[in-house]
Design a protein around this ligand. Structure first.
Ligand code: SF4
Ligand code: SF4
Length: 226
């Protein structure tokens, strides 16, 4: 099939600027949705804890002080947390370790290993930090905020397929700066002999489609039958 090419540089520039504006809009809408979701989830968790604490109080006592009531609420919050029953908007932001907690970095001979590993580390998933998201220089998955964005082929969106290198090397996330596969058993079955952990890679680094959650479907809505 012949794909028509537009040779007018001004029209190309205008189209590119429209795409950039659209991407900006999408990013802003993502920020809005995730912020609101986080706020709502926080409020709901707070209300649930308050309600269950109040019920416990009504069952156990006829009179209670403010401190005692707070104790009930804190107890229910803790139980909800332990049972992992709290609402969570599914948003991930990375909080970096303090320098004291940092593990020693083992340098890796990437150039020698690239023909075998094919830069598989650039298919790994990780959450960005708030600073990295706000910098606007690193792309994140609109469907899985704020994980690093991937291409259809599984590689990070910043992997330059032609040059086989990181297109944002100077601005790459802290995770990439500090990553060493030397002790990563997800990548290597035998690091010294350069034997990849094919099973883990196949199981975990292949594309998984996101499923929609039909939270408010109305089966009898005539519009759904059109
Ligand atoms: S860090 Fe490891 S997996 Fe990544 S490119 Fe270097 S050798 Fe390959
Ligand atoms: S930002 Fe660069 S170094 Fe980090 S995963 Fe993406 S391509 Fe690899």
């Amino acid at each position: 099939m012949d794909i028509p090419t537009n040779h007018n540089p001004q029209e190309n520039q205008a189209a590119e600027s429209e795409v950039a504006q659209l991407e900006h809009q999408l990013t802003q809408s993502g920020f809005f949705t995730h912020t609101k979701l986080s706020q709502f989830a926080e409020r709901i968790n707070e209300n649930e804890a308050f309600l269950f604490g109040l019920i416990d109080y009504l069952i156990d006592k006829t009179q209670i002080s403010q401190e005692e009531l707070q104790g009930y609420i804190a107890k229910v919050k803790e139980e909800t947390h332990q049972k992992q029953e709290g609402l969570h908007p599914g948003i991930a932001l990375r909080i970096d370790q303090t320098s004291k907690e940092k593990e020693a970095f083992t340098p890796v001979n990437c150039e020698e290993r690239l023909p075998v590993c094919k830069a598989i580390c650039c298919k790994l998933n990780f959450a960005l930090s708030a600073n990295e998201v706000e910098s606007g220089k690193i792309k994140w998955e609109l469907g899985k905020p704020y994980l690093i964005r991937h291409q259809q082929n599984g590689y990070c969106a910043h992997m330059d397929g032609e040059k086989k290198c990181c297109s944002i090397y100077e601005d790459r996330p802290k995770v990439c700066r500090g990553y060493s596969c030397a002790n990563d058993q997800r990548i290597w079955k035998d690091f010294d002999k350069m034997v990849l952990n094919e099973e883990w890679i196949k199981e975990n680094l292949t594309e998984k489609k996101m499923r929609l959650f039909a939270a408010s479907m109305r089966p009898n809505d005539p519009e759904l039958k059109q």
